[in-house]
Write a protein that binds this ligand. Sequence first.
Ligand code: GLN
Length: 525
Amino acid sequence: MAADEQVSNMFDTILVLDFGSQYSHLITRRLREFNIYAEMLPCTQKISELGWTPKGVILSGGPYSVYAEDAPHVDHAIFDLNVPILGICYGMQELAWINGKQVGRGDKREYGPSTLNVLDDANPLFKGMNNSTVWMSHGDKLHGLPTGYKTIATSDNSPFCGVVHETKPIYGIQFHPEVTHSTQGKTLLKNFAVDLCHAKQNWTMENFIDTEINRIRKLVGPTAEVIGAVSGGVDSTVASKLMTEAIGERFHAILVDNGVLRLNEAANVKKTLVEGLGINLNVVDASEEFLTKLKGVTDPEKKRKIIGNTFIHVFEREAEKIKPKDGKDIEFLLQGTLYPDVIESISFKGPSQTIKTHHNVGGLLENMKLKLIEPLRELFKDEVRHLGELLGIPHDLVWRHPFPGPGIAIRVLGEVTKEQVEIARKADNIYIEEIKQAGLYNQISQAFACLLPVKSVGVMGDQRTYDQVIALRAIETTDFMTADWFPFEHSFLKKVAARIVNEVDGVARVTYDITSKPPATVEWE
Ligand code: GLN
């Protein structure tokens, strides 16, 4: 992407250089919360290759020791930018290493809360911070003041808990302001970005819409056409709506009905996207093709592969049929990549780092000779949702639970047939309907029904039955890395179970999954 088309050239930006701490992305997250645009790049970033000028630079924490032989170090050109710099933990140790090398192993590791003692009340960085709880996580410490610096805060175990350069706005702090355990951490980051860097607090989705639409128009140009897949989820819908706002009919959305979507999903998506949002959408019913390929397959990994490959195949075939009016080929592929995926692929993982490419698109880009366009790649999920609301996307869609790419194929355990999918789909629909009815949908992060490949004996209307089992799953989580099962009222479970057994032919029994993640995963396959 050309430099002038980068978001970092359109909004005042704080550059976060990542030394590999597990908290680095939170620095970016916190700054965005008070409407300052921040971007994270690996600590190895060359400043001359940046293409934009930050309003301030933050050096993150990291697992290394600055004095170790292979420790990562920052490009000294950051000091020539003449903007405020804040070093956090490793970042501070890096500043000290550059200015006198007085860093070494501490007598004890310090992990947990500590109290900040601010020595210089007049210093803008620590405004509102004195006596607040700050979170420590380090084993190394400063053994003396960096050359040209003075101490402005201490804590019980850290005599150099906060330091500042005598004449320049270069700061180091031993604690982590980005974690919520540092009670006034957000205040400190705001003091830095607003009062010291003078970054404008104009990063809002209202402002983003206009700049983004302009950026897309510039990138795509006056004639080129763009294609993209939609899934019925929030990310692809928001991305498609943005494209439509920017280039209208030159954006072509494709929904591939793979036969394992939710009940009435293809028809519902068509209604919302075409009638409601004016998106130029083509629905392709490839369900027979997918189900034929899935015949006899029970291994979950094989199911995923078959669905992924068949998707690429069908998508390419459909794309062929879309011929722009001027006879030229389609130039761009839209992808709903979000910032956490970008962070995952660029975060600093040590000297032997390899860059991961995104899921499915690799194949499509190569085969079809397409260029990638990712209008959401700077956004966190909650920003995408906010944007979705502003773009007039229905509330229910904006707040929809995530749904896996292989869909119901991995929620029908064992062989996937049309009949089995139908059972799982109907049970799932009743379950979700009841969750919404009970007003619980937004408290739950993800809920679905699975069809188990076992048969169980039952009795219905004096007749012995021998039918299948549905397992219900509902979890609460903030990040999907760990999750707990949702504590439904017994009366709720009773009602759902009764409805499923009564209304869905082929189901004799309903169970509720009470396993957390770990040890279980969210999905069953
Ligand atoms: N590895 C360094 C230490 O142990 C820095 C730790 C950090 O940045 N959290 O002190």
